[in-house]
Design a binder for this molecule. Sequence first.
Ligand SMILES: [Zn+2]
Length: 222
Amino acid sequence: MNVVFLGAPGAGKGTQALRVAQKLNLAHIATGDLFREALAKGTEQGKKAKPFIESGKLVPDEITIQMVLDRISAGDCKGGVIFDGFPRNLNQAEALDKALVKQQKTIDWVVYIKVSEKVLIDRLSGRWICRKCQAPYHNLFSPPKVAGKCDRCGGELYQRADDTPETVKKRLVVFESETAPLVHYYTKNGKLLEVEGEGTEDAVEGRIIDTLRKAAAKLQKK
Ligand SMILES: [Zn+2]
C-alpha cells in the first residue's frame, strides 16, 4: 500500500504520517528528511540540491523526484510507503505516477487531513515568546498563567511576525492554491480519502486507519 498524506500547515500531517506508518508497518518518506540525508551522505542528488537548500530556495522538482525514486527502491519500502510532504504540486504528482508505473507500483490512496481554517489559525498563531528569557508559550497547548506575562520571569510576551494571524492566513492561502490542483487530480482518479483532522492525535489516527482499512476492503470486493 502506497499512500500520500496531504494537509495544511497545522493540520498534523507530519505527526499522523509518522504514527500511521508505524501502525501499518509502512516506510515513512518525508522530503525534509530525504534532503537532510542526501546532503549528509553527499549523494549525487544531494550535491545537486545543496545550492538550493543552502540559499533557502525550493529544490527543483526533477531533483526531488529522483531522490524519492531512489528512496523507494530501498528494501524497507517493499511493503508500502507513506509520502509526507510529497508530491507538493501537480507536476510532481504526475511525474511520480509515471515513475511508479515503471516500477510496477502505484499510489493507492491519498489521505487528505481536513481541519477548519479557524482551528488552523488558532493552532498556528498561538505561539508567544518571552522578551526577556525567550520562554515559549502557546495559547492552546501551554498558556501562561497570566495572559501576556512570562511565568518564569514576569517578562512581556510577544509574537514573532511568522506567528501572527495575518501571516498564518497568508500561508494557508498559499497552501490552498498549491494543493487544490492535487486534490482535484487525486479525486478524479478516485484515490482521495478525506479525514476529519480535529480532535486528539489518537482520535485522528484512529479515523485515518479506519478509513484506509475500509477503502482497502472495498477495493478487494471489486
Ligand atoms: Zn521570561
